[in-house]
Design a protein around this ligand. Structure first.
Ligand SMILES: [Zn+2]
Length: 115
């Protein structure tokens, strides 16, 4: 029987930093300091690009045609409740999109912010 180990992000580090949680089970996923951009579009509306996300697992990789071209992505799921909270950019095919590689999208409606 596997025990699930979840990380708890330290909110004491920087009083201005918010923590982003899974909207369903409140598992910590990332922090406002990890946000690269807030101007992304997800399946449910606004989405944010994060440098680092924890407590998730990755689904199958696939090439997906997005507004900015074809990207190889993998959906990411909350490791506690399996909610599909966004995706990870595995590979991009255009130089201008390279900065997204290895970064994560969290959909605004699927996460909640704790201050
Ligand atoms: Zn969850």
């Amino acid at each position: 029987m596997g025990k699930l180990f979840l990380l708890y992000l330290d909110m004491e580090d920087d009083e201005a930093e918010g923590v982003y949680c899974c909207a369903k089970c409140k598992t910590h996923l990332s922090q406002s300091g990890e946000i690269i951009s807030k101007s992304f579009q997800g399946y449910t509306g606004k989405a944010w690009l994060f440098n680092k996300v924890v407590n998730i697992y990755q689904g199958e990789c696939e090439n997906r045609n997005m507004t900015t071209g074809i990207h190889k992505v993998a959906d990411i799921y909350c490791s506690n409740c399996q909610l599909n909270v966004g995706w990870k950019y595995i590979k991009t095919y255009e130089g201008s999109q390279k900065y997204k590689e290895g970064k994560y999208i969290l959909e605004k409606r699927l996460v909640c912010e704790l201050k």
